[in-house]
Design a binder for this molecule. Sequence first.
Ligand code: FPP
Length: 281
Amino acid sequence: MIHDHGVHAVILPHANSRYPRELNKDTLPFSDDLPRLHLPRHVAIVMDGNGRWALRRKLPRTAGHRAGIKSARAVVEESVRQGIQALTLFAFSSENWRRPKSEVDLLMDLFMGTLCSEVNRLAENGVRLRIIGEHAAFPEKLRRRIAAVEKVTSTNQAILLQVAANYGGRWDIVQAARRLVADARAGCIVPEDVDEGVFSTHLSSPDLPDPDLFIRTGGEQRISNFLLWQSAYSELYFSDLMWPDFNALAYREALADFAGRQRRFGLTSDQTGCGVANGAG
Ligand code: FPP
């Protein structure tokens, strides 16, 4: 388990990347001239603004969700290219069930369809997929599909892509507490043993560093019950772009912004030994 909060540096482009430099590097915030950069190990994204993107174009909201798939693909590919270890995308919150049935059905279909259509692409590009959230609420067919895609991609190593579906940060904390209580009942743990480290191993993604960078698109500045425990020290980045407009370049701008931040985790800048830039994590 990686739980130090250091920020790692990588060489660009990622050594195992299969992606060509499709963007004009002169226009990008990162370039090959800058060999070592401070990148997040784990990025979490609230993909907001699909509905508004569609309504502005006089399209049904569902068209925004379909368009959002393209942005998700671009961000996954760019993450692989940059050597980011983990990416968590918020696809469907525990609260999204309250949307009109037609929209919920479309989101489920999109989810199912994407799991089917993207599996080869994920495997080819070394993406390991994990779905976090309460699976029990999903139709049986979708649950089986999730298990199959997780299995097929389980040995891939370029990046761990977590898709949060029927996920809520409070749900995650509650299910961790339940599992701890069950462990205690079974005599595997005593209350004195429960500390932050032990607690976090009962959360949905115990083997990942907490997100270093938390991005939300769509112009709102809220956490919206996403990775509440895990984002305690995340750097927050809010983009006014609607999710379907958030492309690889916009993502690189967010990464460049992160690279310029100083992370102190409660310490002073003297203690962390870094100046203005995000050097010591
Ligand atoms: C929020 O926009 C977005 C969602 C609830 C769904 C996100 C889903 C996708 C991008 C497609 C599926 C992705 C994967 C990885 C399978 P909103 O509807 O709240 O937009 P609004 O705030 O403009 O109404």
